[in-house]
Write a protein that binds this ligand. Sequence first.
Ligand SMILES: Cc1cc2nc3c(=O)[nH]c(=O)nc-3n(C[C@H](O)[C@H](O)[C@H](O)COP(=O)(O)OP(=O)(O)OC[C@H]3O[C@@H](n4cnc5c(N)ncnc54)[C@H](O)[C@@H]3O)c2cc1C
Length: 382
Amino acid sequence: MDYSLTEEQISIKELIRTIAEERIVPVRAELDEKEEFPWEIMKYLADTDMFRVFIPEEYDGLGGGCLDLCLVIEELSRACAGVALCYAATSLGTIALIRYGTEEQKQKYLPAIANGERLAAFSITEESAGSDIGALKTTAEKVEGGYLLNGTKQFVSNGGEAELYTVIALTNKSKGPRGASAILVEKDTPGFSFGRKEKKMGIRASSTRELVFEDCFVPEENLVGREGLGFIITLKVFDESRPGIGAQALGIAQGALEAATDYAKQRAQFGHPIFSFQAVQHLLADMATQTEAARALVYAVARTIDSGAKQYTKESAMTKIFASDVAMKVTTDAVQVFGGSGYTHDYPVEKMMRDAKITQVYEGTNQVLRNTIALELRKEKR
Ligand SMILES: Cc1cc2nc3c(=O)[nH]c(=O)nc-3n(C[C@H](O)[C@H](O)[C@H](O)COP(=O)(O)OP(=O)(O)OC[C@H]3O[C@@H](n4cnc5c(N)ncnc54)[C@H](O)[C@@H]3O)c2cc1C
């Protein structure tokens, strides 16, 4: 379909597709098997200016919008969603800084992220604070000249690999969620270490790790926005980043659709390519329709955000829910098209199916996001 992408967007998409085909497809199974962080690919994405896409021009970026970022994530995910997450988690880690950071903070950190020297990450989840982010316990106690962080964060994408972390912690415990703040923490800060690295079902090239803070002193100039804004910042960050998860899910679905279509044309049974059987054709037709519908929603919501819309919580949640449910369905059906071979590591669709699952879980599970949408519907007046 023609989505009226600009010349620049078309060339970003084409460039990423070429990079993905040449650099990611040949190594994705090995990265998955070894659970290896794809540093070489991250360096190549840096060399080709891809980290500049989501950074404003004043800080050495290309000033791209949500749609540009979604196009990159979609194309990376079409090849490998784990690699795509290492890139996308960096953009997630910079949103608070870009939207709420001081000029000094932006000057200090963004150029090094734009040129790919530093990866970033965003961290709110804790053992007792998953869907219920208000239950977080990590504290950032005010001391002379800064904050003393104590606590353990869980499930941080790019954990251990990123140089810069946006951490949500309580600067005022007595106020609960209203006492949370966003604080930038650099990797080598004394008192900051990395705990358990998760062994995962999918997106295994990405690193998911605990962050451990033990009397970790962070200077007050690392506070993002104001004290007490941590929750509002988090909600805004996720509103802006969820279309990116939609794009990741879309890319996975597209990859699975293409693999299944190609396979159906070359695999013969009963003397005919399996593509000639109507049951297989209908499976593929549904997969194609669902994938295209996901693309239309992801691009439309990304454009809404780029147009400067003030409120898009509902639409952003819809994007993530719809595209991730499509990715799960399409990858499962792709395995079906491959039959027994689809269940083996000889073909990429079993990995795509494993990778798809996380898109229904992170950045708000699809159940919790349905609650979010219902809440917005309740508020709407006609
Ligand atoms: C690979 C990976 C990467 C991640 N990356 C990051 C990251 O970079 N930064 C970060 O901060 N976090 C990250 N997370 C955390 C992720 O966002 C959470 O895992 C997710 O929000 C769900 O929280 P939970 O795992 O505690 O599940 P729980 O909250 O315990 O949920 C368990 C089940 O209960 C359901 N449930 C819970 N509450 C409700 C409700 N009110 N209504 C209906 N159903 C409900 C959920 O839908 C789910 O099915 C990551 C997680 C994973 C696995």
